[in-house]
Design a protein around this ligand. Structure first.
Ligand code: KG4
Ligand code: ZN
Length: 341
């Protein structure tokens, strides 16, 4: 089966062609630079940029895959969750393509797609996900932090999530307090590599709570007070590196401890991680060390698929179509608030 998939839920315009569980192309146009001066994603600007980029990105994906539209067997797009006017651009365009070609169309949940992204481009890519199930999956991005148990293919249950800020938001907002541009996560990652993670102690919210929920707003506030009381630190590069390393340490320690604890409690021997924050070097290192120690199979999303992309949408849609899920009508609408259950 050859599918065209489109993803426009936030600030990445992406189109991919997948076939039989393989990625033939995955074109991503990131808008990060556009939103830098506003310190976050501006929905109206994001939607306009998607409108401008969607056709060239889709053309490029088809060209790279060597596929003409007539060769497509189905079309898929992110239906939610995400920014309403951003989602609308990709979802409606994908429905129009399906209508014109008279092919099946499927809208998928963006987070459900993240659950499978660790399998599709890792080493080796995995055609049969079932061999690694059940697993506990951490989705950690700028908008979401959640733990999910994937019981078997296409069957999952959310264990917990953040009750306030997402981990990526905590990286971005504490970075902003340090004067770093948006998105600060990747910059903190780099600076932290030169810093001392034990220079300052910040709280590890909900670390010892007996549930699978997260909270990062208290940590953010604690960093705010720390910077208010020690503003001179920001003039010294080494001290900024130490601060970055200390904040990163607190975030990563909570993510690691709670993910591995959930797996141990459920007796599950496989953990996967996806979402923008899973690019973080320290996170990858800590999860790898813990997995080795506890003899757990760990699958981190390939860096090219950590952030938002259409390949994961296409792969999930193909699985669903092969599993004969009922096809929705082409009149379906986006679901910006679609919560993974
Ligand atoms: O998944 P994503 O591209 O978009 C959504 O939020 O859905 O994730 C973006 C988030 C941002 O908060 C960004 O700062 C964070 O992922 N991020 C990182 C790193 N790379 C991206 N955070 C920490 N370390 C990184 N290397
Ligand atoms: Zn995402």
């Amino acid at each position: 089966m050859t599918l065209l998939a489109i993803e426009t839920s936030c600030d990445e315009t992406s189109a991919a062609v997948v076939r039989d569980g393989k990625i033939l192309s995955n074109t991503v146009s990131s808008q990060v630079k556009l939103h830098v001066e506003y310190g976050g994603v501006v929905p109206e600007l994001a939607a306009r940029e998607h409108l401008k980029n969607l056709l060239p990105v889709t053309r490029a994906a088809l060209h790279e895959a060597g596929i003409s539209p007539q060769e497509l067997d189905a079309v898929a797009a992110t239906q939610g969750p995400g920014l309403g006017i951003a989602l609308m651009v990709g979802f409606k365009a994908a429905q129009a393509v399906a209508f014109a070609l008279n092919k099946p169309f499927l809208g998928v949940n963006h987070h459900e797609a993240h659950l499978y992204s660790p399998w599709i481009a890792g080493t080796p890519p995995v055609a049969d996900f079932s061999q690694f199930q059940p697993n506990v999956s951490l989705i950690v991005s700028g908008g979401h932090t959640m733990l999910v148990i994937v019981e078997s293919e296409l069957k999952h249950r959310v264990l917990g999530g953040t009750i306030d800020d997402a981990a990526g938001e905590c990286f971005d907002k504490t970075g902003k307090m340090m004067g770093l541009p948006y998105p600060a996560g990747p910059i903190i990652d780099k600076l932290a590599a030169e810093g001392n993670p034990r220079a300052h102690y910040f709280p590890r919210p909900m670390l010892n709570d007996r549930n699978d929920d997260f909270s990062f707003s208290g940590l953010k506030t604690s960093v705010r007070y720390f910077i208010r009381d020690h503003p001179e630190l920001l003039n010294d590069r080494q001290k900024v590196c130490d601060l970055c390393a200390s904040v990163q340490e607190a975030i990563v320690e909570v993510l690691e401890a709670k993910t591995f604890r959930a797996a141990a409690r459920l007796g599950i021997r496989c953990i996967t991680v996806s979402g923008g924050v899973s690019c973080n070097q320290k996170l990858r290192q800590r999860f790898e060390q813990a997995a080795q120690l506890e003899k757990i199979t760990l699958r981190l999303a390939d860096k090219s698929l950590c952030t938002d992309n259409a390949a994961m949408i296409g792969i999930l849609a193909e699985r669903k179509l092969l599993a004969n899920v009922p096809l929705p009508s082409l009149d379906e609408e986006i679901q910006p608030g679609w919560v993974l259950a």
